[in-house]
Design a protein around this ligand. Structure first.
Ligand code: MG
Length: 275
């Protein structure tokens, strides 16, 4: 089964989640906490609703002959009779959705192994705008179904136009990123790791900075989109993330940019500080 065969399945999932979640975002029901997901985050009502849609579509895909194993944020792993993995974060940026802030997405990936470099299809849809990003390994990145033509941010060799920062609360990750902040014109903390990487791939985010380890599961599909768009991603120390596991218990730091120069400059800023 080729990765392209999964694209219509992922699109059907995204369409139904998009019809279901945005009308509820920001409402009291949306904020209800109903347990703890397999990924360790609190499950809110919206997460569960979105995951139920994913599972229903995948049961249908199984009945039509597809064989795979699902890893999803709330339920963990479920066997659908095959080795390839389908990764699902049915609602990335669910805190934004809960609070009614319009920046959240459905994130899906198909992978032939359990490492980041094994991902064959990455799919992200902004559930508010409908903006769709996907990438097929070796065949490019796409925006709304057309080849993504990214516009790298202009870089003068000194200041980074827009830095997007992700970290759990606390001072320590901010301190680690401080040498980069000191050379950033603008800093954002938007709240959906997947959308942030899509905007990195499109060039709107000049540098994505994730100084404390986060779940690599959420990043796997979006990292393929960045890579196929021509971007660069490493961990915070400059090491490869290719062999990082995509399973729910694996974590990594991240430094990502469409521009090799900006990425190299950020690593240099961090090294200067360490020495
Ligand atoms: Mg989620």
């Amino acid at each position: 089964m080729t990765s392209q065969a999964w694209l219509p399945v992922f699109r059907a999932i995204a369409a139904e989640i998009r019809a279901t979640i945005p009308p509820l975002a920001g409402t009291p029901a949306a904020r209800e906490e109903i347990g703890l997901g397999a990924g360790g985050d609190r499950t809110i009502y919206l997460d569960q609703l979105a995951e139920d849609i994913v599972v229903r579509h995948l049961e249908q895909a199984y009945r039509s002959g597809l064989r795979f194993r699902l890893i999803s944020e709330e339920l963990g792993e479920r066997d659908f009779g095959g080795e390839p993995l389908v990764l699902a974060d049915p609602l990335d940026g669910s805190f934004n959705a809960k609070m009614g802030l319009p920046y959240y997405a459905v994130v899906l990936a198909f992978t032939e192994g359990d490492r980041i470099s094994d991902v064959r299809l990455g799919y992200v849809q902004n559930l508010v705008t409908g903006d769709e990003y996907h990438a097929i390994a070796g065949a490019g990145a796409f925006y709304r179904g057309e080849p993504l033509r990214p516009a790298p941010a202009a870089f003068d060799g000194r200041s980074i136009p827009l830095v997007q920062f992700d970290a759990p609360s606390g001072v320590e990750p901010r301190e680690r990123a401080a040498p980069i902040f000191a050379h950033a014109e603008k800093v954002r903390q938007l709240g959906s790791a997947a959308l942030n990487l899509c905007h990195t791939a499109a060039g709107g985010v000049a540098l994505q900075v994730t100084p404390a380890p986060v779940r690599s599961f959420d990043l796997a599909g979006p990292l393929l989109i960045l890579r196929e768009a021509g971007g660069t991603a490493t961990d915070f120390g400059g090491g490869s993330v290719d062999s990082v596991s995509v399973r729910l218990d694996a974590r990594t730091t991240l430094l990502a940019s469409l521009s090799r120069q900006i990425h190299a400059y950020a690593l240099e800023l961090l090294r200067v500080r360490v020495s």
